[in-house]
Ligand binder design. Structure first.
Ligand code: ADP
Length: 248
């Protein structure tokens, strides 16, 4: 374990993490669907202390028109962290990190969408991080995929994501802000849960090939759970619609 990780004691003698979790334990996950009336689809996600909202508009006309694609929809994603989402005020200007996350979130979602069903249109996904505590890109993917389903966009599968971290030699699931800052590795993984295909795999830190294999197994187990929470949240919303309650 790195000296920094030892100093903040990321793992105690009982193998518990800074927030009391075991290595293979995710933070509590809550998903609410259809909260935004003016979007075609929306989802609010709480993953531990992370609070993220995703809004989907479209498929709709492409502006500017020259960006339209003749054979498929143009998928645009914008991830942004609100100024008050972190302890020290963040400038509202898009940072390089936000531009990078917007790109990886788009690439994690695109394989799941039947973009070819909507030629010459745009599907816009706006993601706002209201509070951040490590894992906002994975929470954003969970929120965005659920919001796309809420918008009725045709999809092969949902997309769910979780980050596997490394503290010393120990792999831990769903790392929080402290573990991200002082830990020894961070591997965000997104998958189409039912198809079992990986749509995002990033890694920061040093992982042995055997650890990568184990990280993927760990992630796919938790992704199956996240998928069940996404499906439950979507079903609850539509049950309310069937009962005649106006949602979103
Ligand atoms: P992710 O949120 O996907 O883990 P990073 O690994 O880049 O993405 O960031 C880890 C965490 O660092 C974020 O979740 C957030 O808690 C914190 N963080 C990121 N950017 C800032 C910032 N500008 N100011 C303070 N904290 C930040």
């Amino acid at each position: 374990m790195s000296r920094k990780a030892q100093a903040v004691k990321l793992l105690d003698e009982q193998g518990r993490r800074v927030d009391g979790r075991l290595p293979d334990e995710m933070r509590p996950l809550k998903i609410e669907v259809g909260k935004l009336k003016n979007a075609d689809g929306s989802a609010y996600v709480e993953l531990g202390n992370n609070k993220v909202i995703a809004a989907v508009y479209g498929p709709r006309e492409v502006v500017p028109r020259h960006e339209a694609l003749p054979d498929r929809a143009l998928l645009r994603c914008r991830y942004s962290m609100l100024p008050f989402s972190v302890a020290e005020r963040k400038s509202p200007q898009p940072t390089r990190r936000e531009i990078e996350i917007s790109k990886v979130v788009r690439e994690a979602l695109a394989p799941a969408i039947f973009l070819e069903e909507y030629p010459r249109t745009a599907i816009d996904v706006y993601i706002h991080v209201i509070e951040a505590d490590g894992g906002t890109r994975t929470a954003s993917i969970i929120a965005a995929a659920t919001a796309l389903a809420d918008a009725g966009v045709a999809m092969r599968d949902l997309v769910a994501a979780v980050a596997i971290g490394k503290i010393g030699e120990v792999l831990v699931v769903d790392i929080n802000g402290l573990e991200d800052q002082y830990g020894d590795g961070d591997m965000p993984i997104a998958m189409m849960p039912q198809l079992g295909e990986v749509t995002l795999l990033q890694a920061d830190g040093v992982f042995k090939p055997e650890e990568i294999k184990r990280a993927l197994e760990m992630a796919s187990k938790h992704i199956r759970y996240i998928h069940s929470v996404q499906v439950r949240a979507l079903k609850e919303t539509y049950a309310k619609v069937e009962e005649g309650e106006v949602v979103g």
